[in-house]
Design a protein around this ligand. Sequence first.
Ligand SMILES: [Zn+2]
Length: 105
Amino acid sequence: MTEATRAPEPTDSSYSGSYEYLVTDSYVCPHCGRVEERPYRVRLIILTCPECGENGRFLHESLVDRLDTVPEPQRPEEWTEMPLDERLQYAVREGLLDVSFTGPI
Ligand SMILES: [Zn+2]
């Protein structure tokens, strides 16, 4: 082996660009609560969960927080058994939360 094939070291000047693409947000599996990091900055993403194997709408963590603000008397009986995305859909439909279901954060 020779060292002649080593790639040249990058120079500092090539690293002046933005690192914005490294910023990720947390998305929560509606079924099991597994958190996935993605750089998309949207309200929800459709993923097959590596944890529970369900294909579902992963909710941005800020939306999961919003679900907690729905007052208990206004939650349906099966609230705790509903997947997170159904809870969100319910809350929006009933006017309990003022969020749109799609679009940028
Ligand atoms: Zn899951």
